[in-house]
Unconditional design. Structure first.
Length: 257
């Protein structure tokens, strides 16, 4: 069992923010179910965090499938006996001009980000309620509240996550489950590296964005993970229905050119 007696399940846990979040939970004494679409990626990431495989397990989790998310919750509870925190990180990028965006691509991003977070929360609810102090944290983005060219589906999905967070927080408060979200700004993750590789983001764009961030740099995944860990902790026991923006003040920067 975990040193602090608590268990977390993280979707999209094999890389970037998800991987850093699993590490943060592990370091804080949690047992962790690290899920990813590819089982090999999940088990490899889990082994890197906990070579003993005592407190971190890798599971396959397809957030577009109700059966898959229900299975990952079942497997987590079967292994660790409970579930205290669900963190919805799983996501993809899908840049493209809005006037040419096909229905399939729009639906793919909505299904993974927004519907996937809801499926996971719904599947985890009973176990979170049973814990007596359950917590859900979903990853939104500053894209949910500001405009980004060529990211219409991503922006819409993240805005939807914030609305879902508020609705579930109100509904589940009396059941002992808190629901919050974290909205990162620009973060140095493998998703950014992928965007640079395919040319949807350029180094010039990164430099321009950095110049607009009052703190003067991109966030590291570990800084986002720290905010997630806080929201799931007893220190945040009276916080629910909130979206914590972790963006170096870029969204409130009235001095930006």
């Amino acid at each position: 069992m975990s040193p602090n007696g608590r268990v977390a399940l993280v979707t999209g846990g094999a890389g970037g923010i998800g991987r850093a979040t699993c590490q943060a939970f592990f370091d804080d004494g949690y047992a962790v179910a690290l899920t990813d679409l590819e089982l090999e990626s999940a088990t490899s990431a889990a082994a890197a965090i906990d070579p003993s495989a005592v407190r971190v397990i890798g599971l396959r989790g397809d957030v577009t499938s109700t059966a898959s998310v229900e299975q990952m919750v079942t497997d987590t509870v079967a292994r660790f006996g409970r579930l205290d925190a669900l963190v919805n990180v799983a996501g993809v990028v899908g840049p493209g001009p809005s006037e040419a965006l096909p229905d399939s691509e729009w639906q793919r991003l909505i299904d993974i980000h927004l519907s996937g977070a809801f499926r996971s929360a719904r599947a985890a609810f009973a176990a979170l309620e049973a814990s007596g102090a359950g917590s859900v944290v979903s990853i939104s983005s500053i894209a949910g509240r500001t405009g980004f060219s060529f990211r219409v589906a991503y922006c819409a999905a993240k805005a939807g996550i914030e609305g879902m967070t508020r609705a579930l927080a109100v509904e589940w408060a009396k059941r002992g489950v808190r629901v919050n979200a974290v909205a990162p700004g620009h973060v140095r993750t493998p998703m950014l590296d992928y965007s640079l590789a395919i040319g949807s983001v350029t180094e010039e764009t990164v430099a321009a964005r950095t110049n607009r961030i009052p703190l003067g740099r991109y966030a590291q995944p570990e800084e986002i993970a720290a905010a997630i860990l806080f929201l799931c902790s007893p220190a945040a026991s009276y916080i629910t229905g909130e979206v914590l923006c972790v963006d170096g003040a870029i969204t409130v920067n009235a001095d930006a050119p």
